[in-house]
Design a protein around this ligand. Structure first.
Ligand code: FA5
Length: 338
């Protein structure tokens, strides 16, 4: 590399360093490095006197230009760093801003908890589609087209005989179609009904479904399982009350209530149980033999229980919330309080 080229490359490298300087101290250091007595530029300038006389004027001029360019750049950078744009524009003594922390929706937390409870009792998790066919939502569950129980589960019909499932009982059928007994599953998910919305009813809500089929499963197993769930969800003092009911897909059928976790037994005016001491929770029963026949299980060999429970109802009790719509509206002011 001849001297002219050396000067050019030195200048290029020094300008890049100066442009990258981020404070006044660095600018000063670069001034010493590139223009100081021991700088490379000074070294080159010192050697020019010994060069052939014909080359000296051009070299001297180039060295002077490089020196000027570096001086200008150092000054410009120092000026830029001192300008108001580089002054801190905030008060560094102010407390920091907290990052917004997300958290799980109360229904998502309840779902996780129920999964844990039932896994602990040996249940597996099953899933099924929200867009269902009439067969899985009604017919296989012993509810043919002319059955009056269909009226109670009026839903949103799609084309091609499809509908939005009205309950998670559809998953019972899907599991039994795929799996030979014994089965022990829970399924949690969203269901839909063409329902007038009020404080305790929504057109889209969540259910948990449980199904246990084996040889010799009895109503006592159902009671024990439900009681265990109630205690783990709402506390050890929780009691369960079974009332006779009707579902086409279970026989006998019940509705069950949990004792009120807020007043524990009928304090007049309790906002959770309305003073009755009990809260209606869900439906359950022993799987109807007609359902076993529909899925190819032998009803003479196998028995089983099933239950279906609304998750919003549980969340309402736990958090003392008296309007189901609050859980589903997505209003963060509400969700953040739970
Ligand atoms: C059923 O859906 C049955 N599939 C339950 C069942 C499963 C019975 C297995 C037997 C064996 P029901 O329509 O009662 O039953 O609804 C069950 C629960 O869902 C109710 O107890 C309630 O907690 C909840 N629920 C029902 N309708 C609504 C609604 N519109 N909004 C919110 N929750 C509801």
């Amino acid at each position: 590399m001849n001297t002219l080229e050396q000067l050019a490359s030195l200048q290029q490298a020094a300008l890049a360093e100066i442009a990258a300087a981020s404070d006044a101290t660095q600018v000063d250091e670069l001034r010493v490095k590139h223009l100081g007595r021991r700088s490379q530029l000074r070294l080159i300038m010192g050697q020019i006197g010994a060069m052939p006389a014909t080359e000296r004027p051009a070299l001297g001029k180039a060295a002077g230009q490089t020196q000027q360019a570096l001086q200008d750049a150092l000054e410009a950078r120092a000026g830029a760093l001192a300008s108001p744009a580089h002054e801190p524009t905030f008060d560094v003594t102010l407390p920091g801003r907290r990052p917004a922390m997300g958290r799980l929706h109360p229904l998502a937390r309840l779902i996780d908890e129920l999964v844990d409870i039932f896994r602990g009792m040996g249940f597996e998790l099953a899933d099924g589609p929200e867009v269902e066919d009439e067969y899985h939502n009604f017919d296989a569950l012993n509810t043919p087209a002319d059955h009056p129980a269909r009226d109670l589960h009026d839903t949103f019909y799609l084309t091609d005989g499809l509908l939005l499932r009205t309950h998670t009982s559809t998953v019972q059928i899907r599991v039994m179609e795929q799996t030979p007994p014994p089965v022990r599953v829970v399924s949690l998910g969203r269901v839909y009904r063409k329902e007038a919305v009020d404080a305790t009813h929504h057109y889209a809500f969540h259910q948990i479904e449980g199904l246990y089929v084996d040889r010799g499963v009895s109503f006592a197993d159902l009671k024990g399982t439900i009681e265990m769930m109630g205690r783990q969800l709402l506390g050890d003092r929780t009691r369960v009350r079974f009332r006779p009911h009707f579902f086409p897909f279970t026989e006998p059928s019940v509705e069950y209530d949990f004792s009120c976790s807020l007043c524990d037994g009928g304090v007049p005016g309790c906002r959770v149980c309305k003073g009755t001491g009990w809260i209606e929770i869900a439906g359950a029963g022993m799987v109807d033999p007609a359902v076993f026949t529909a899925v190819g299980y032998d009803p003479e060999v196998y028995t089983g229980f099933a239950f279906g429970m609304g998750l919003e109802r549980i969340a309402m009790i736990r958090h003392g919330v008296d309007d189901i719509r609050l859980f589903l509206d997505g209003d963060l002011r509400f969700i953040r309080q739970l």
